[in-house]
Ligand binder design. Sequence first.
Ligand code: HEC
Length: 150
Amino acid sequence: MRASCFAVLLLISNVGYADMFSNLSYEAVNDSIPAPLIELTTDQASAASGQAVFVERDAGHCVLCHQVESLNAPFQGDLGPALSDVGSRLSPGQIRFRLVDPSRLNPNTIMPSYYKIDHLRQLPDEYKGQPVLNELQIEQLVVYLTSLKG
Ligand code: HEC
């Protein structure tokens, strides 16, 4: 009941979202989260660090479902759309939204929500209360994906 009231409020206001049970919060405007979750330093903002998050198995491991033509990584999956030109199709804010919580755009999507705390899943204690990716990793992915223009 609490959750459904909250969802209705969200529909009415259409801006401002906070995970009720944690301190994750951001402003969504339509299908976009225009403001970065954190500001990256110049050192952190390289496409190469985002590419590492994209590929590495214990980080995003996005290659499980997505292909990027320019990427030299084996075993790229095709459960999700190819992302070789995603930077020319989506704005940084739209990309950010799709990483943070794609289930808000498509409740049936198989893509995990990377910046959300899932209260229903049984998780080992060390993962409780944490999103799958942190703010730094999300923002580095946004930099990398925005650089992919096909
Ligand atoms: C289990 C498979 C799976 C994984 C893992 C996955 N995705 Fe996705 N992704 C999808 C699917 C399927 C879609 C299509 C959208 C939908 O289902 O509504 C999608 C959509 C997207 C989109 C929007 C693409 C477009 O053209 O609109 C982006 C950007 C994206 N994913 C990035 C990522 C990143 C970055 C990661 C890793 C952190 C990731 N995905 C992990 C399955 C996955």
